[in-house]
Ligand binder design. Structure first.
Ligand code: ARG
Ligand code: ZN
Ligand code: CA
Length: 326
């Protein structure tokens, strides 16, 4: 009981910080007093990171709070995850070859300030794509997911207003930049402020909001960027995991069905830093998957997607993305 109270306390703090970041993003006063907790600084990693998965929520129409308790450490509720799962199950996932490669065309939209802040070189963009290929190919030690990423184009926009706003809900700039169909990964780099590192939509969001589909990352998170502990490019890896249908490893905490992936251990809450050997759900699959790309650990700590995650991403790819364009 005491344990549960502590958990709730921590979760509450995380959500407050998250709400503060969202309030800034949305320019809304709706979060009430939470804004005062916003300037957390480097120490408030948990709260800071708690926001990110919210993208799907920011871009989607489903409020993260409907249908049950707020998720622990994550911005999509367990009820919302269940709803996404229901929509996946309702699709017919076609047969596929196990060894079949899946190539994702990528368009990178570099949005920068007029003074050049945030402008990324083509070499940096290519290094980011290389990180995606290495991560999804098992090059850091995880499963080879069969996904590969091919840079098709880079667009550049130097505009102060867009730099600050392209990550916001319903950004018209972002929709105008977007290219391709549901199979094309539109990866935007911009200033997301200090509250969040990145965000993504889920495959199930595409049909209702194609213009919002994609991944947004803070420009400082690219390989060689200036975001301390998050400068190896795995914010894009993590967000692309969401874009292909993955939830956080700590979704549903220690409770079934967790992250809906059989071969990732249950985890009560997000990891911060790199707490190797941590086991927050004893007897639920082993030590916490803090080295998984879908946790909140530092970039240097993350090294794997599992075979089960690879299958789940392939399911979403065939159900919602490849061959689904018009
Ligand atoms: N917290 C963000 C999200 O959930 C991104 C986490 C990225 N983590 C990292 N080590 N780069 O979307
Ligand atoms: Zn996330
Ligand atoms: Ca699992």
């Amino acid at each position: 009981m005491g344990e549960r109270a502590r958990r709730i306390g921590r979760t509450g703090a995380g959500l407050a910080a998250c709400a503060a970041a969202l309030a800034g993003l949305l320019g809304a006063a709706a979060a009430g007093g939470a804004g005062s907790g916003a300037g957390g600084g480097a120490g408030s990693a948990a709260g800071r990171e708690a926001c990110a998965p919210g993208d799907a929520r920011i871009d989607g129409r489903i409020d993260g709070r409907i249908g049950g308790r707020a998720s622990e450490g994550g911005a999509i509720s367990d009820a919302q995850a269940a709803e996404y799962e229901r929509r996946l199950r309702q699709e017919r996932v076609p047969q596929r070859d196990r060894g079949e490669g899946r190539t994702v065309p990528v368009v990178v939209h570099v949005v920068s300030a007029e003074d050049g802040t945030g402008d990324l070189s083509e070499a940096t963009v290519r290094r980011q794509i290389d990180v995606l290929n290495r991560a999804f190919g098992g090059g850091y030690g995880g499963a080879d997911t069969g996904f590969g990423f091919e840079l098709r184009a880079i667009t550049r926009t130097a505009d102060d207003a867009a730099f600050a706003s392209v990550g916001r809900r319903g950004s018209a700039d972002r929709a105008a930049m977007r290219r391709g169909g549901p199979e094309t990964l539109n990866l935007y780099t911009a200033d997301l402020g200090h509250g969040i590192l990145g965000r993504s939509t889920f495959p199930q969001d595409y049909a209702d909001a194609p213009g919002a589909d994609g991944v947004v990352i803070d420009h400082r998170t690219v390989p060689g960027g200036t975001r301390e502990n998050f400068d190896l490019g795995h914010t894009a890896t993590h967000e692309t995991g969401h874009w292909l249908g993955l939830f956080h490893t700590f979704q549903n905490g220690c409770s079934t069905p967790g992250d809906y992936v059989a071969d990732t251990a249950y985890e009560r809450e997000q990891a911060t830093g790199c707490p190797s050997g941590r086991d927050t759900c004893p007897h639920r699959g082993g030590a916490d998957p803090v080295d998984n790309f879908m946790d909140y650990s530092d970039d240097a700590c993350m090294e794997r997607f599992t075979r089960g995650q690879a299958e789940r991403m392939a399911d979403h790819w065939y159900a919602f993305r490849v061959g689904k364009g018009h």
